[in-house]
Design a protein around this ligand. Structure first.
Ligand code: SAM
Length: 318
């Protein structure tokens, strides 16, 4: 019997043969039936999926609008029938009640508006700078209008809203926003940024070397109204320099571990700023960013946040 234990058998004899190195597959361009060329079949599939989703969303919205219109017409019909049966006294009573209700409503709106303005004056301002209209393509402009609408709606739902101004909104982006009920009633619209207080302005850009650690309630934070899939490199920082205003980036690296892009959408930047007033950066960022970014807080952060995900359902493109 050999004195050698199995463990003493020279190691090399069990080593598997070296694996041949396989080069990563190179995506081949894919041509659609209508002749459109995509960088790969995967890109084509994604484009089909996106288009189907947009179509389904449109059909759903159209159906909802139609149902709403039908309900309104039915209500009006019933009201009309009842009014035709009214006596003179009943008519006078109804008109009086309607007038009182209208006055109450107007009073309530005025009080709410004054209250919101008072609350908004105690926090920073946010401005969306829409001076990049001509640099974007149609699809991007449409996405920008959706993001702006999202910011406005989000702000309206806040107990403590901020003052939100939209500057230089025109062309297709404006037409997209104009479709909203109540536009331009409660919107803060301005033509250009020439009259801004330069001292108090901070242009937000992921390309800045300045990290914003604290939000200053006296500042006006400007977000570049850009949707570009990072095609328009340095547009925001160049704009800040041209305007001679301070610039800064959100402290994403400092509070999150995330491999996805740190260039965020307009609405996400807006929501993060709003949330940061109530929670730490970790929670404000984490509760805003979509799941697909697979972000996690750096150690010791992000325990106290409420779940705000509800507000960020719409996952827009940057
Ligand atoms: C989709 S990004 C536009 C990217 C564009 N290439 C640029 O030059 O800014 C929309 C806007 O959100 C703001 N933004 C996005 N990510 C940011 C970050 N990490 N820090 C600060 N601002 C950011 C900027 O104002 C930016 O212009």
């Amino acid at each position: 019997m050999s004195s050698k234990s199995p463990s003493k058998i020279p190691h090399q004899s069990h080593r598997p043969p070296p694996k041949a190195k396989i080069a990563p597959p190179v995506a081949k361009p894919y041509t659609d039936t209508d002749g459109t060329i995509y960088p790969s079949k995967k890109a084509w599939k994604k484009s089909v999926k996106d288009a189907t989703y947009e179509l389904q969303k449109m059909v759903k919205r159209k159906k909802e609008k139609e149902e709403k219109r039908e309900r309104r017409e039915e209500r009006e019909r019933v009201e009309k029938e009842e009014m035709e049966k009214e006596t003179e006294e009943e008519r006078r009573g109804r008109e009086e009640r309607q007038l009182t209700a209208q006055k109450d409503r107007q009073k309530k709106i005025a009080t709410q508006k004054a209250d919101r303005l008072l609350k908004a004056s105690s926090t920073f301002k946010i401005t969306i700078d829409c001076s990049f209209e001509t640099s974007m393509v149609s699809k991007e402009r449409l996405s920008l209008s959706k993001q702006i609408i999202h910011c406005h709606a989000y702000n309206k739902r806040q107990v403590n809203p901020v003052r939100l101004d939209v500057v230089g909104l025109e062309g297709e982006s404006r037409r997209g926003v104009e479709k909203m009920d109540g536009f331009p009633g409660s919107w803060g619209l301005f033509e250009d940024l020439t009259s801004i207080d330069k001292e108090g302005a901070v242009y937000l850009t992921a390309d800045s070397e300045n990290v914003i650690e604290e939000l200053d309630p006296t500042k006006n934070y400007i977000i570049g109204g850009i949707v570009d899939r990072n095609r328009l490199k340095n547009f925001a920082i160049d704009r800040a320099k041209a305007l001679h205003v301070e610039h800064g980036r959100l402290p994403i690296n400092e509070h999150l571990e995330m491999t996805a892009t740190k260039v965020l959408t307009v609405n996400h930047v807006f929501e993060i700023l709003c949330r940061r007033r109530d929670v730490g950066w970790g929670d404000a960022l984490l509760n805003t960013l979509p799941e697909r970014k697979k972000a996690v807080c750096v150690e010791g952060e992000g325990e106290g946040g409420e779940d705000f995900k509800e507000d960020s359902k719409e996952d827009f493109k940057t």
